[in-house]
Design a protein around this ligand. Structure first.
Ligand code: NAP
Ligand code: HSE
Length: 438
């Protein structure tokens, strides 16, 4: 492996510590992860306890020492806020360093200026973690969906508010309690007003809109309403009428086939919205986010997953770092192939014998309707160390019963051995259905 790629981390909070944890445990990940090295880390408070163990020699309270360090090749900005984050990103770009950032507040407001500076310096500013936490949505909009004319992007793109709304709707937990939990879990912004007032979702839909429709919009022009004025009575009434209330962010094209020389009219907004229970967004609960992209000709695609938190967000940050590592490989080798795009494998894999696979099983047995038959079947499973989740008897006809068993997770070989033993019993008439459960 060539020289490692030096990472300067601005921030070691929820996301920064998650990133450090991935970089420090490369085993079993793409080999490019091994080529990443944390060389400098900026924090506000050197004495704070951290969710990642970093040698104190790497820590500094001066972010300029990170950006200006010659061994820092890529600056990862996960400190949040507008300033000094914006200036530090611009300084890194001016020094010819690529930047990875999770900071949607900066990108939504200063993305145009930052992108222009990055183009002029010949570096990248990658922002996968800025929208949707761990969900890949920036790269799909930039690349995988590139052949489409995007018609609409809509979704649940704030984990904190979705967590709050789900807990209130499903468990009746008090708002004050659940917002505290969202903060403790690392979902909320340092000022959670950004979440509950809808500003964070507005930052994110501004970014998605720019990527989907090919031109930036003014962040301040997005009508935004959060969840703070939402009354639990309305949640209740909506529920009774067949709806869930979700904080939706939407960006929709209002003209078809407009040529690229005219300004494209868009409807962009963030507000609590009644979503029919059968709609795919209605079932998105907890910290999960989901983004529906409607394109021509693809139709609808939905991107779903954890929208906030250390691990998911760090996953997106590291994906961007790996893209930069891949680009460096292209630059530095005569082969000229990006290792992430070129088909490659880095270890041996094999498929295990199916009898070794551990799963839950559903079994339906036809038996004589004898007293105690359930107990005898249960004992056979017990003798083979198969723990039963449920066992129920249904009447088949006059003197026959059907017994349905759902097991806990066991090896297929244990099920086979149990069934062999059960089949030797005179009262068992046969296995009538067998499936696995997830
Ligand atoms: P956080 O836990 O508050 O961490 C911020 C880190 O930056 C802390 O380590 C803090 O140092 C450091 N920091 C802040 N200002 C600094 C300054 N002036 N100089 C040096 N260090 C400074 O925030 P986070 O949740 O990780 O979020 C970071 C960024 O990621 C934000 O832009 C956020 O919007 C974005 N994001 C977060 C999530 C999430 O789930 N949390 C998801 C997606 C995107 P101390 O620790 O010493 O205070
Ligand atoms: N505070 C944000 C949220 C973090 O809850 O969605 C992820 O961007």
């Amino acid at each position: 492996m060539g020289k490692r790629i030096g990472i300067g981390l601005l921030g070691l909070g929820t996301v920064g510590a998650g990133v450090a944890n991935i970089i420090q445990t490369p085993l079993g990940r793409n080999p490019l992860v091994e080529g990443i090295e944390l060389v400098r880390v900026a924090v506000r408070d050197l004495n704070r306890s951290r969710a990642a163990s970093i040698p104190s020699s790497l820590l500094t309270q001066n972010p300029l020492e990170v950006v200006d360090d010659p061994s820092v090749e890529v600056v990862v900005e996960v400190m949040g806020g507008i300033e000094p984050a914006r200036s530090l990103i611009m300084r890194a770009i001016a020094a010819g360093k690529s930047v990875v950032t999770a900071n949607k507040a900066v990108i939504a407001r200063h993305g145009v200026e930052i992108a222009a500076a990055a183009r002029a310096s010949g570096v990248y500013v990658l922002i996968e973690a800025a929208v949707g936490g761990g969900i890949p949505i920036i790269e799909p909009l930039k690349q995988s969906l590139g052949g489409n004319r995007i018609l609409k992007v809509s979704g649940i793109i704030n984990g904190t508010t979705n967590y709050i709304l789900s807990r209130i709707a499903k468990e009746g937990v008090a708002y004050s309690e659940v917002i505290k939990e969202a903060q403790e879990l690392g979902y909320a912004e340092s000022d959670p007003a950004a979440d509950v007032e809808g500003f964070d979702a507005a930052d994110k839909i501004a970014i998605l809109s720019g990527l989907a429709f090919g031109g930036p919009i003014k962040r301040e022009s997005i009508p935004t309403e959060g969840i703070t004025n939402l009354n639990s009575l309305d949640v209740d009434y909506a529920n009774k009428l067949g709806y869930e209330i979700k904080l939706l962010a939407v960006a929709e094209r209002l003209a078809q086939g407009t040529d690229n020389s005219t300004s494209l009219p868009l409807a962009v907004w963030v507000r609590p919205t009644l979503v029919p229970k059968e709609h795919p967004l209605a079932g998105v609960n907890g910290v999960n986010n989901a983004i529906l992209v409607e394109g021509d000709p693809i139709g609808n695609v939905m991107f779903y997953g954890p929208g906030a938190g250390a691990g998911p967000t760090a996953s997106a940050v590291v994906a961007d770092i790996l893209n930069l590592a891949g680009i460096r490989v292209i630059k530095n080798s005569t082969n000229c192939l990006d290792p992430l795009l070129a088909g490659s494998s880095w270890r041996n894999c094999h498929v295990v014998d199916p009898s070794e696979i551990i799963q839950k099983h559903y079994l339906r047995l036809k038996t004589k309707d004898n007293p105690g038959v359930i107990g005898r079947i249960g004992s056979v499973f017990g003798n083979h160390d198969v723990s039963i989740q449920s066992i129920v008897q249904f009447a088949a006809n006059e003197d026959e019963a059907e017994i349905v068993v759902i097991t806990h997770e066991v090896k297929q070989s244990q099920i086979t051995a149990s069934l062999n033993a059960i089949n030797t019993q005179e009262e068992i008439k046969g296995l009538t259905a067998q499936m696995v459960c997830i």
